[in-house]
Design a protein around this ligand. Sequence first.
Ligand code: G4P
Ligand code: NA
Ligand code: NA
Length: 194
Amino acid sequence: MDILKDKILSEGTALSESVLKVDNFLNHQIDPQLMHEIGAEFKKRFEGKGVTKILTLESSGIAPSVMAGLLMDVPVVFARKRQSLTLTDGLLTSEVYSYTKQETNQICVAHKFLEEDDTVLIIDDFLANGKAAEALIDLAEQAESNIAGIGIVIEKSFQEGGGLLRDRGHHVESLARIANLAEGKIEFVQEREN
Ligand code: G4P
Ligand code: NA
Ligand code: NA
């Protein structure tokens, strides 16, 4: 997705060999016009898959998910990282291991918002080692929902998540795939645009 790649090149920063900072438009300040284009791209890439619901993880997955949900005319559910005061019964929970923080955190979603007859599109902002995506898949599987696929805004292809998910047969669509962040330079995976 060229406009996303252009935005990453103009406003993103390679903080290290493995971390891309994009808080100008995705992780802190949000560019609604770009999120709208991202939503449209997800809609296009998962057209005909019968998606009935989008599942994401708070907080940075929410903006692109809501735009996709608006355009696909389906509800958006975000898994929570913290316990809610009002959300106590009928919770599905899963665990996400964070390599950067070296800790395991629970995420949860109310069962009533993920059902057996749902076909779920999982969306997240980043795909690195794939732990967050795996936990979202686990929640959808616990609910016995169908999984249409996984839509990612930025995949770091030099980390293992994308390969793991594709090897397991999931349909993964990443709108920008980073090949390398070495020496402060951002390099994308070469691919044909459709
Ligand atoms: P890791 O796999 O690389 O170790 O990352 P970890 O699971 O610890 O994820 C920590 C947070 O960092 C996640 O967001 C994840 O989406 C994000 N993340 C991973 N790699 C990058 C990157 O290169 N750049 C940026 N900007 N973020 C990255 P989170 O804690 O769930 O936060 P949020 O959704 O509230 O933003
Ligand atoms: Na995230
Ligand atoms: Na994040």
